[in-house]
Design a protein around this ligand. Structure first.
Ligand SMILES: Nc1nc2c(ncn2[C@@H]2O[C@H](COP(=O)(O)OP(=O)(O)OP(=O)(O)O)[C@@H](O)[C@H]2O)c(=O)[nH]1
Ligand SMILES: [Mg+2]
Length: 369
């Protein structure tokens, strides 16, 4: 059953609500004090309890008077405590007399609700709830001080496995690499950064192609970067990607910039897919998405760009994002590996391969547990 959140002025009332709505077996997942302002109210604070129904399910009928009975939530050494289970005497006594004091006392015992703090951090980092719960479930029971103390490093290890290594530009699959994605996410700037990296640092023979032929001045920035780097550039109008690539037959790597498409131009996504498909040779596509994008938007972007058959996600504007959980949501949902991260507008500096360590640090902060 989906966890539900209950709020009340007093912890006692919040727990009574849990019991009334979810039944006596309810499992308390998390409790916290919320300032009134956070709820759009002035003054005071509220208690918030997140709970899920236990084995017997929600209470059959609401009770008229809140009766806490033997609520013994948040006992030490359990991942989540059933409302009706027995408790060590001191907590039990306190809960019956003063639930909020009991919870405060219990919480003082280092992580009484294992993973609660981690869950809060992940949700605050915009990790979709389902994904967050899945990760926490995969961490094991979390029983015991030892397990709880290692929860964060276990999560880091889990994410490391799930993320896998950063996807490279094209491996040996293709020499033609295209960058697609919503308007203004940083495709052209990223192409310039990658051109600098591969040409200047790796000494590759590269060429640039722009499919961005529809707008006045659209190719000016890329032309300027090409000139600066001393690499050839071609603009491929309409059907002409194959011809443009033919001009660059001796290039080891061809980076293809594409125009951003407004979601209202539905047909343009399929057309872009067709243009890339007519390259006459394999093309590996990276879907560029800005880090500070809500998961719903990202899902829509992934859907719209499906005709371009992306092989990887390239995350831009990490520097502008306060949280990258939604991008990780898309990463896990789409099973597309992350290739690069961009961390500012500076060419060529603000670019890095999406090493899992970097991604995990961006999600959880640099300090390891
Ligand atoms: N803060 C920040 N800005 C960036 C980053 N990458 C690009 N930009 C800036 O974002 C703006 C748009 O970048 P472009 O590279 O033109 O974006 P685009 O995806 O090619 O845009 P369209 O071609 O119009 O779809 C520019 O002002 C860039 O300097 C980044 O990683 N961080
Ligand atoms: Mg562009």
């Amino acid at each position: 059953m989906e966890p539900r959140t209950f709020q009340a002025r007093e912890m006692r009332e919040a727990l009574a609500l849990v019991r009334r709505e979810l039944g006596p077996d309810a499992v308390i997942l998390e409790t916290r004090r919320v300032p009134g302002r956070a709820l759009g109210l002035l003054g005071g604070s509220f208690f918030e309890v997140t709970a899920a129904a236990g084995e017997s399910g929600p209470a059959p009928a609401p009770r008229s008077a809140p009766d806490l009975g033997p609520i013994r939530a948040l006992l030490p050494g359990k991942r989540a405590q059933r409302v009706g289970q027995s408790a060590p005497p001191p907590v039990k006594t306190m809960i019956q007399e003063d639930p909020s004091a009991a919870i405060a006392a219990a919480a003082g015992r280092a992580g009484v609700v294992p993973f609660a703090a981690l869950r809060r951090r992940l949700l605050a980092a915009m990790v979709p709830r389902d994904l967050c719960e899945g990760w926490l479930r995969a961490l094991g029971s979390g029983d015991g001080v030892e397990g709880r103390a290692h929860a964060e490093s276990e999560l880091r290890a889990l994410l490391h496995r799930e993320l896998g290594p950063a996807a490279s530009l094209g491996d040996d699959r293709a020499r033609v690499i295209a960058f697609v994605g919503p308007t203004g996410v940083g495709k052209t700037t990223t192409v310039a950064k990658l051109a600098a990296l591969t040409h200047l640092s790796e000494g590759k023979r590269i060429a640039l192609v722009s499919l961005d032929d529809g707008r006045i001045g659209a190719t000016a920035a890329l032309r300027a970067y090409a000139k600066l780097l001393g690499v050839p550039i071609a603009v491929a109008p309409g059907q002409g990607l194959a011809q443009a690539l033919a001009q660059h037959r001796d290039a080891e790597l061809v980076l293809v910039d594409t125009p951003g498409i407004s979601p209202s131009h539905g047909e343009a996504f399929a057309e872009l897919g067709r243009r890339l498909g007519r390259a006459g040779e394999p093309v590996v596509t990276h879907l560029c998405v800005a880090a500070a994008t809500r998961i719903e938007e990202l899902e829509r972007v992934a859907h719209l760009y499906r005709p371009t058959d992306p092989a990887a996600l390239l995350v831009t504007k990490l520097d502008e994002a306060i949280a990258i959980g939604s991008v990780l949501g898309l990463r896990m949902q789409s099973r597309l590996p992350l290739s690069f991260l961009t961390t500012g507008p500076q060419v060529p500096d603000d670019l890095s391969p999406a090493h899992p360590e970097l991604v995990i640090d961006s999600l959880l902060g640099g300090a390891r547990a």
